[in-house]
Design a protein around this ligand. Structure first.
Ligand code: AMP
Length: 396
C-alpha cells in the first residue's frame, strides 16, 4: 500500500472523497468544523504539490433529490476560512457543469462539488454515475472514514476507474493505523471499555475483540443485563431480558480466553430517569425496586483506576452512564480523566463509535486522548472485524 506521501500531485486533477457532512444551525452556519479541519492536511498536500483538489461529499439525507437545505454551498465560506484558500463551488457533482469547472481549473485550485446525494445513484453505487465522477480526475483519494463502511459510488465504486492512481488520505490512513494499533497490538495489557445502552448493539464487537484484549471494563446501561444474569437485583434499570443467556455466555468466553471482566461494584441509582431525580449510591447487585442505575459509583471508579493506569492500549467505546445529564456524567468524566492520565504516561488511547466521542468532546477530554475517531458506524464495523468496502476498494 502506497501512502499519500509517495505521490506527487503536480498537474494532477485529484478527486477527493471528504466527509463534509457537518452539522448546520437553522441559519446554515456550521456548528462543528472538526470534519473540515480533519480533511485539511490531505487537501493541503494536493494543492501544495501543484494539483487540483476536487472535493466531493454528501451532506445530510436529501434522498436523491436536489434540495437547497442540503446544499454544500452553505459550507463554502467556512471551508475557505479553515483552508485559508479560495474554494470554487460547483452547483453539480457530475455532468457539463462539473466538467467545465474542472477544465477551467489551474494547479493549486480547490473545487467543491455539490452534494453527491442529490443523485440517488450515489448511495446505490451506480457504475455509470461513478464513472462520471471518475472522468473528472486523474487520481482518486479517499479521506472519508465516516462513510468508508458504505459501498457508495464516491466511496467505493469510483476507485476501480483509477488503477494504481488511488490512495487513502491522511485522515483515513490515521484511522486505520489507530485501529490496527488496538486490534493487532503486541503490547500488553490491552483494555477495552465498553459502555452505552445495550449489549445487543455491542455483541459482535465483544465477540471480535475478546481474542485481542486482556481487560474488558463494562459500564453504561448494558451493565444491568450482566448483573441480572448473575442473579443481582437491578430495580428499574435498563435491561435486555432476552440477552441474559448471552451475557453469561460472554462472561464464560472471557474466562476461557483469560480476559478479566470488570463490572461495576456500586451504582448511582435514581428514582426517575430525570436530571432532577433523587439519587443514592447502592451496591450494583442491590438496586432497590423503583430505582434505576444511571451511572457507576465511586468504588467502581476507584477499582478501575489502576486497571486503566497499567494498560498500554485502551479502546473506549460507549459512556459509563447517562452523561447527557450532569448528575450522571461523573463516571464517564472520571474514566476519561484516568485515560487522559494514562495517555500522558505513554498509553495509546483510542476513542471511537458514536456517543463516547460526543462525551469526550463535551468534557474537553478529546485533546487528551491519543486518537478520537471521526467515524461512528465505520469504526463500529471495523471493531466487529468487518472489512470496510471503502478501504478494500483502495487496497485492491
Ligand atoms: P450507545 O449508543 O449504545 O453507545 O449508548 C449511548 C447511550 O447510552 C447514551 O445516550 C447514554 O445516555 C446511555 N446510557 C448510558 N448509561 C445508561 C444507563 N445506565 N441507563 C440508561 N442509558 C444509559
Amino acid at each position: 500500500m502506497k501512502s499519500i506521501d509517495s505521490f506527487d500531485f503536480k498537474n494532477q486533477k485529484v478527486l477527493v472523497r471528504v466527509d463534509f457532512n457537518v452539522p448546520l444551525d437553522e441559519n446554515f452556519n456550521v456548528t462543528d468544523t472538526n470534519r473540515i479541519e480533519a480533511a485539511k492536511p490531505t487537501i493541503d498536500k494536493i494543492v501544495n504539490d501543484g494539483g487540483v483538489a476536487i472535493l466531493m461529499s454528501h451532506l445530510g439525507r436529501p434522498k436523491g433529490e436536489r434540495n437547497d437545505k442540503y446544499s454544500l454551498r452553505h459550507i463554502v465560506s467556512k471551508t475557505e476560512e479553515i483552508l485559508g484558500k479560495k474554494v470554487t463551488f460547483v452547483t453539480d457533482c457530475v455532468g457539463a457543469t462539473a466538467e467545465t469547472a474542472v477544465a477551467a481549473s489551474k494547479p493549486g485550485d480547490i473545487i467543491l462539488l455539490e452534494n453527491l446525494r442529490f443523485y440517488a445513484e450515489e448511495e446505490k453505487g451506480v457504475e455509470a454515475f461513478s464513472k462520471q465522477l471518475a472522468d473528472l480526475a486523474d487520481f482518486y483519494v479517499n479521506d472519508a472514514f465516516g462513510t468508508a463502511h458504505r459501498a457508495h459510488a464516491s466511496t467505493t465504486i469510483v476507485a476501480k476507474y483509477f488503477g494504481e492512481k488511488k490512495c487513502f488520505g491522511y485522515l483515513l490512513a490515521k484511522e486505520i493505523e489507530s485501529l490496527n494499533k488496538v486490534l493487532n497490538s503486541t503490547e500488553k495489557p490491552v483494555t477495552a471499555v465498553l459502555g452505552g445502552s445495550k449489549v445487543s448493539s455491542k455483541i459482535t464487537i465483544i465477540e471480535n475483540i475478546l481474542d485481542k484484549i486482556d481487560h474488558m471494563i463494562i459500564g453504561g446501561g448494558m451493565t444491568f443485563t450482566f448483573i441480572k444474569a448473575l442473579g443481582g437485583k437491578i430495580g428499574n434499570s435498563i435491561c435486555e431480558d432476552d440477552k441474559l443467556e448471552l451475557a453469561l455466555d460472554i462472561l464464560k468466553k472471557a474466562k476461557e480466553k483469560n480476559v478479566q471482566i470488570h463490572l461495576p461494584v456500586d451504582i448511582l441509582a435514581a428514582d426517575a430517569f430525570a436530571a432532577d431525580a433523587n439519587v443514592q449510591i447502592v451496591p450494583a447487585n442491590e438496586i432497590p425496586d423503583g430505582w434505576q442505575g444511571l451511572d457507576v459509583g465511586p468504588k467502581t471508579l476507584e477499582s478501575l483506576k489502576p486497571v486503566v493506569a497499567e494498560s498500554k492500549i485502551i479502546l473506549w467505546n460507549g459512556p459509563l452512564g447517562v452523561f447527557e445529564m450532569e448528575k450522571f456524567a461523573n463516571g464517564t468524566i472520571e474514566l476519561g480523566n484516568f485515560i487522559a492520565e494514562a495517555t500522558k504516561n505513554g498509553t495509546f488511547s483510542l476513542v471511537g463509535g458514536g456517543d463516547s466521542v460526543a462525551a469526550v468532546k463535551q468534557f474537553g477530554l478529546a485533546p487528551k486522548m491519543s486518537y478520537v475517531s471521526t467515524g461512528g458506524g465505520a469504526m463500529l464495523e471495523m471493531l466487529e472485524g468487518q472489512v470496510l468496502p471503502g478501504i478494500k476498494a483502495i487496497q485492491e
